[in-house]
Ligand binder design. Sequence first.
Ligand SMILES: [Zn+2]
Length: 102
Amino acid sequence: MDTRPWRHLYNTRRWHRLRAAQLRDEPLCRFCRDLGRVTPAKVADHITPHKGGEALFFDADNLQSLCKTCHDSAKQRQEKTGSLPGCDLDGLPLDPDHPWRA
Ligand SMILES: [Zn+2]
């Protein structure tokens, strides 16, 4: 049961439009793409956690397309640990905030 207080934001017409536009503009999972995989995206994910803030929630630039697997695994871990696991094909960390990226 999802009890997050901002859950109602996901029921707005504005979010549904934004989500549809994101998945249309970026139809493939971004994390999978970084790993050289081609996977259809199913989730419009907030890059910076919005924590209920409508400015971040409705910011199209704060969205990325992910497949469900990536969203449920990597992303959850990122939100817990503050960094992304794994690296891309060049051996660089996937996490854009990783010190190696600086
Ligand atoms: Zn994926």
